[in-house]
Design a protein around this ligand. Sequence first.
Ligand SMILES: [Zn+2]
Length: 191
Amino acid sequence: MLQHQHILWTFLILFPFIKSWEEALIVLIFSVLPDIDVGYKKFQRFPRGIRKFLQLILRIIWNILYLPYAFLLSFFIGKKAFEHRTITHSLIPAFLLSFALAYFWSLKIALLALASYSLHLLFDSITVSGVKWFYPLKGLFIRGRINTGTWQVFLIDALFVIALLIFLNLKTPTWSLLLLFVPLIKEVKLF
Ligand SMILES: [Zn+2]
């Protein structure tokens, strides 16, 4: 899914629980954090200088949050520890980072971070490449029908408008809007 889709959907689902700007900031960061593994490809539309600067920031965040973990894992899984949709697209770093937030900040912040990170994995699970939820461990693999390289990715935007209309008219709990994603899931595999 695209970054704006991750952000919009995560805020729609979690907004009843967001009570301060710090909480909003954590939701914003953690809704897109797993895609830091392709950070070097981002900001292509920005002028070169600004792009390089923003990519440097992402690189620093990656080095702090993931590099020690990736380095450790590379002993077991080799170069794969640095590929897209591998170690960052997993609940394991989600839990590790949330534990750190609970310890250094607060339980509420940690839970919001965990929820935002998990929602990222869920939203990516509707794409054809899917997500291995406990990578590098085995466990759960979910993949969907959406091919993000095509126009299909904009179905998510259409679905967002539908979800928003349902929510505004029926005052349904925001989490129930996730049910709209069920038809987009093609395979759930325990392995
Ligand atoms: Zn992703």
